[in-house]
Design a protein around this ligand. Sequence first.
Ligand code: AMP
Ligand code: GLY
Length: 421
Amino acid sequence: MNILILGAGGREHSLAWAVLQNPKCDRLIVAPGNAGIDQIAECASLDVDSPGDVCDFVVDNAIDFVIVGPEAPLAAGVVDKLVDTGILVFGPSQAAAQLEASKAFTKEVCDAAGAPTAAWARFIDANDARNFILRQGAPIVVKADGLAAGKGVVVAMDEATALAAIDDMFGGSFGAAGAEVVIEEFMDGEEASFFVLCDGKDVLPIGTAQDHKRAFDGDTGPNTGGMGAYSPAPVLTDTLQEQVLDEIIRPTIAEMARRGTPFSGVLYAGLMIAHGRARLVEYNVRFGDPECQVLMMRLGGQVLDLLLACAEGRLADAQVNWADDHAMTIVMAAKGYPGAYEKGSVIGGLDARPATSQQMVFHAGTALTDGKITAAGGRVLNVTARGASLQEARDNAYAMVEDVDWPEGFCRSDIGWRALS
Ligand code: AMP
Ligand code: GLY
């Protein structure tokens, strides 16, 4: 089978790594890929947000199955175009990808499905939004409706911050994504992520994880795309997973089908847990990055069979075989990230250990320059290890970090603190 993965980050490196372990995979192309992916698969340059370009590439290269990594191609309708052309693809349609691309859409679906989530209101007028904030008071959460690369959410602990966010969003800081704003009740609690495959009708849980959004130790500093993750997330007990499936995920999938836009792909439920109950914070319609890296480490080659079953609508008969262990990934980022940072520094020590099913350094933002691996992004490496316990996975991963020779990079030293303390 010829397979194409769309994307360029650590998520796509880990997907490629897992897919390659499955004997069904004859040829793997990742577009556009990165220097780490290039060591294990073919990389091709391609505008992955252009449905027409992707479709032409798939036909020219006799691709049998396409796996879409990031959200932008989904929101751009790449899956719809491939499906129309008769190509098998893993990922939701443009209409179903609204579950990530529009916060107001997701809230409407949750209300129709009776799924527990924060109380909310939507605004297209800045004055109405300001008055609402003054009536509600802080803490309160202000969100740009559309995709804003993870930066469109302001958790305001005081009114002034909330009002400033309104000025920002309606002032155009997020372009079209901020033309409509959602204001939500602030939810307190512990966050965790739950990943399920959906084929429009059936759902198959494939794991839990916890991410670390803040840049620095102790959950301080600016928000990032995620500085490290581990799986499983102990806070998501079996009982809570059942509650989330019964009250949030299955009703959402039923409501999407009822609307005539069934959801197919991976649904990533961001949850807030308090007083033994979970409420939905948000949906994403793709694997998390770096959460994907720890899920792939624990699932291995069966991932291809699961993604195929999902794309072909066969999840009712599919089964996940878990290694009863733990995985952790530590993000190494360029100093300055998530603010301004330098590109081009040389990274050494990457060959210190063999890549195995127990330990992998996934590349998030690297390039090959004059034969050397160099930093080419903010988040650069995902140092990932497994262990019989979370402590062992953590110790293994941090030992691998020690081997990396990259003075221009940094990482958090406390990934996993919630689950380990
Ligand atoms: P989102 O993009 O909706 O996931 O929001 C990003 C982050 O903002 C989440 O991971 C939460 O930490 C926080 N957040 C979003 N909505 C709320 C809420 N209603 N209450 C508290 N925190 C929230
Ligand atoms: N790590 C958070 C995300 O992928 O959205």
